[in-house]
Design a protein around this ligand. Sequence first.
Ligand code: FES
Length: 167
Amino acid sequence: MPHASQENPAPAQARPSRRGLLRGFWLLLWAGLVAAAGLALGAALRLIGAGSSAGAAGPVAFDPQKLPLPGQVLAQGGVALLRDQAGLFALGLTCPHLGCRPEWSPGQGRFLCPCHGSAFAYDGALLKGPAQQGLGQLALERDARGWLLADPQRPAPAGARLKAGEA
Ligand code: FES
């Protein structure tokens, strides 16, 4: 009569084989790489989405009762409405470097691009790169209700102003 341990040897699956361990290692490695790639892609898309100008499709309307005083910035829909001694003007808030949206920094008195650090003066002039040019000025006009319309699709010459009597 054979010994009991010889009739029922321990099943091979009870102990992980070396091949199984290697397969598990490679599966984990691939899963990690896929997850890392997904996170990197998500972060890149968020950066592009958050920083992009996502320019307004049509004119941006500004309430005539809430216009900026000289030196103030009123930003809305990718457009900034500003006023100097000569009158009102609008700048497109699309960085000419790679299209991120610069924001006005009251403390520094300049527009700063969050993506690569370009800086622009109150009138949109380039102060610091990597952008190679300043922020573009936009056409600004009144509609029938008296609201001010700044059109991101219509550039205006630098220095153009809507005079006080028109604004
Ligand atoms: S996109 Fe503005 S500095 Fe690069």
